[in-house]
Design a protein around this ligand. Structure first.
Ligand code: HEM
Length: 452
């Protein structure tokens, strides 16, 4: 809402649990701990965490809107990701530098550009599914990771080259390790030799830097460089307001940010999509009929509902630079404010019958930006939201066109935290049959019990 310098501090109810227990609960089972505290104290509430200190947790759309629209002079960046991705990453920038970087990155990821990327995603899906086995259960998470990594690589670098193979091999390992390191204290990230986690990450980073430096040199040497509009070229051509260009090291940090932030989140959401659809045969049949008829409304609503019920990032965080007012609360300077995406999405007021998976709630009614917040909000809202939405839409469309999915009565897969993103614990298992193979199965009648 705004600055509240002269108002007395008024924090929401505090959890009366020792700091260390709150910290352990948060690290071990963030979502469950937050849901349990919300049941006990209502929302918002205040925590005392080992690394962040006093932390206010909010989820009510009115407070979320207040926070997301509060000026960046009053609240700033608090994400840990910058420490892993480097000082040139959007996650590390704040204030003016952050604003200028976003100005540069928004155009290639703007909704208007999305149609131009659709063929890339469709090609990557077709390449990946060429060898999917028929009639046997398999995990879709790794295939989804390959699709989304290849799609973002092509969008960022504009073309494919031999260097891509090295990045394809390297980045999945770097992301798994980096996501874990990002949620651990600074000491765990230190390079203590080749076998330490920090040392292994540093070695991935050296390999990555070498590849990106060679891609940067190739781009600069390209006679068509000035006409190129891939993200790498845009960053190399860009100038800050004072005429300075972005250093190559910062370009490398930012590209790593886009490649990593841009693929695991989308892949885990896609794996959840498969997990949800297999358990909703009637919806699956309607979606297939819609694809066959060339429609997209229910598919878009389904993507939104998967993101509501299975948000892969469970919260986003800001640090107060000054005393601010949020609704009736007054939060002092130096406090963390966490927006719990999970709590916001499970609110009965915002989403009646919130527990049920029901895409029809979004048919003809796009979600509201302060109660449906899988991409965060305000000046730090996810840069890749339109890209991710397009990718999920095209992937789902292609899968429904090509396959009939075997459905199941098995209980839903549990949540598994990969550090930053949360994935279905069994990898979003699927059973598929090629539609073009003339299969006569019906999606709705083929329900089968999943093994185990
Ligand atoms: C389903 C997929 C995705 C989800 C759920 C997701 C979620 C998020 C969330 C919650 C944030 C923090 C927003 C905030 O603090 O308010 C974020 C930031 C960000 N995301 Fe995504 N994201 C996804 C895909 C992508 C893609 C495809 C890209 C790249 C093309 C990307 C790039 C970024 C960047 C650069 C930021 C930092 C923005 C800033 O600090 O200004 N994300 N994302």
């Amino acid at each position: 809402m705004g600055e509240a310098t002269i108002e007395p501090v008024r924090l929401p109810p505090a959890a009366r649990i020792p700091k260390i227990v709150q910290g352990l609960g948060f690290v071990a089972a963030r979502e469950k701990a937050v849901a349990a505290l919300a049941r006990r104290y209502g929302t918002p509430f205040t925590l005392n965490l080992p690394v962040f200190g006093k932390t206010v947790v909010i989820s009510d759309p009115v407070l979320v809107k207040d926070l997301f629209t509060t000026s960046s002079d009053l609240v700033g960046r608090a994400s840990n990701l910058g420490t892993v991705l480097g000082p040139g990453s959007t996650f590390s920038l704040d204030g003016d530098e952050h604003r200028q970087r976003r100005k540069l990155l928004v155009p290639p990821f703007h909704g208007k550009r999305m149609q131009g990327y659709e063929h890339i995603v469709e090609e990557e899906v077709m390449r990946e599914i060429a060898n999917w086995p028929q009639g046997e259960e398999f995990e879709t998470l790794q295939p989804m990771m390959r699709i989304t990594l290849n799609a973002i690589l092509r969008a960022v670098f504009g073309a494919e080259g031999a260097e891509f193979d090295e990045l394809r091999e390297l980045l999945p390992h770097a992301v798994v390790l980096g996501s874990r390191l990002a949620v651990l204290p600074a000491i765990a990230r230190r390079d203590l030799g080749p076998w330490s986690p920090g040392g292994r990450f540093a070695s991935y980073r050296r390999r990555y830097d070498a590849v990106v430096q060679s891609l940067i040199s190739d781009a600069r040497a390209d006679p068509e460089f000035a006409e190129r509009n891939d993200v790498l070229s845009l960053m190399l051509q860009a100038r800050y307001e004072d005429g300075e260009r972005i250093s190559d090291q910062h370009v490398a940090d930012e590209l790593l940010t886009l490649l990593t932030a841009g693929h695991e989140t989308t892949a885990t959401t896609l794996a959840w999509t498969v997990e949800r659809l297999r358990r909703h045969p009637r919806l699956l049949a309607r979606l297939t009929a819609e694809v066959d008829a060339g429609g997209s409304e229910l598919r878009q609503a389904t993507v939104w509902e998967v993101q509501r019920t299975r948000p892969v990032i469970d919260g986003t965080i800001r640090m107060t630079r000054k005393r601010i007012r949020l609704g009736k609360w007054v939060v002092p300077e130096g406090h963390a404010v966490v927006v719990s995406i999970g709590l916001a999405h499970s609110s009965e007021e915002s989403f009646p019958d919130a527990k049920s998976f029901n895409p029809d709630r979004f048919v003809g009614a796009a979600p509201d930006n302060h109660s449906w917040i899988p991409f965060g909000g305000g000046v730090r809202r996810c840069i890749g939201a339109a890209f991710a939405n397009m990718e999920m839409n095209v992937t789902l469309r292609t899968l429904l066109r090509e396959f009939e999915f075997g459905t199941t009565y098995a209980r839903g897969e549990r949540h598994h935290s990969r550090g930053v993103a949360t994935a279905p614990a069994r990898g979003g298992r699927a059973v598929v049959y090629r539609r073009s193979a003339g299969s006569s199965r019906k999606s709705t009648s083929g329900a089968q019990r999943a093994s185990a």
